[in-house]
Design a protein around this ligand. Sequence first.
Ligand SMILES: Cc1ncc(COP(=O)(O)O)c(C=O)c1O
Length: 407
Amino acid sequence: MTEKKMGIPFGTICITDTAKRLINEALDSKRISSGKLVREFEKKFAALYGVKEAVAVSTGTDADALALAVLYDYGAHRGDEVILPALSFVATGNAVLHAGFTPVFVDVERETLNINPDLIESAITEKTIAIMPVHLMGKPAKMDEISKIARKHHLKVIEDAAEAHGAEYKGKKVGTLGDLAAFSLYVAHIITTGEGGIVITNDTEKAEILRSLRSHGRACKCETCVVSTGSGYCAKRFNNPAHTDIRFVFERFGFSCKMNELEAAIGLGALEQYAAILTKRTHNLHAMMQVIQKYDKYMFTIQEEAHEKIGPHAFPIILKEGTGFTRDALVNYLEKNGIDSRNMFQTMPTQCAGFKYLGYREGQFPESDYIADNGLHIGVHQDITDEQINYLDRVLEKFVNEKQRTL
Ligand SMILES: Cc1ncc(COP(=O)(O)O)c(C=O)c1O
């Protein structure tokens, strides 16, 4: 008997009644550019992470770029170098360029998908200012080793935690392990605003700089109020000329990437559901890990080690060497059976055209190339049921059996 195609979509989005109500209120008030909802979202996001500050922006890429651009206020220069993994979503490398720095790529480890700390020190030069580890697929990077190297060489650590909502490392939340951390809030992510990003830090001065950076480099403090207005606009100046008009005072080079009220409304709704979503996704992640275990002759996924919790962003599958079939064969089979997938990210320095000018050579990042050429990821989201995970198991079993017969 042929089985009915059940299908597993790659992603989903949760737009709550709270979000809809807040969106309508914002629309009715005609105040939809960055305002009180954005500030409320930032406050709640910071509270969730137990940090002092959260600064919301338009995208996760902007969050990465701004977190890096803060370093100009601390002596960094254009063209200084940032060390990052060769394998990540291309946004990580793009953000380094957006911020005006030079990306220096380091290979990853096949089993963790993350930057290999043993290769970092040899990539450090007198121009290195920061290390930007990525917690790919929610698997925490080896932060103890990375932080030790950073301390030794006086480098900043900026976490790209775009995919790591809910991840933990040695009892601490991923995103609180470096100097600053950037999250994406794009629809594919656990907490989403549709499009969006957010930077978190415990350093209030850095948060002020981030608020300035997201708004053209504008001064953010009225000299009389001294406290940040968030937007470069002091409402008190209408009644009291001592309060400064800082809307056209630009203290540093800047970006234009504020979050708007409609996005913040979606985010506030998502935060209400966050605990339930995280629990369900974690359940799905663990169930899928068990499924993959059955086919470990052919494929593997990331492992959750005792010291960590993986943030269940998506579910990576990497084919092992010598299986006799290709990643595309598996992808096509999954697709034919209604299971959405995405290929794994590419090796930025050699497979993404935007970095070719840096002159890296093919084969310089063997582990990254292996994952890029043999990896894929599928959804692990909250709408996936146990029944669908069982279906995934049956589809994989059929695929493997069919391949075995033809090999
Ligand atoms: C590792 C990583 N960094 C940065 C980003 C950029 O986020 P956005 O798409 O919100 O710009 C993403 C996006 O998913 C990502 O996966």
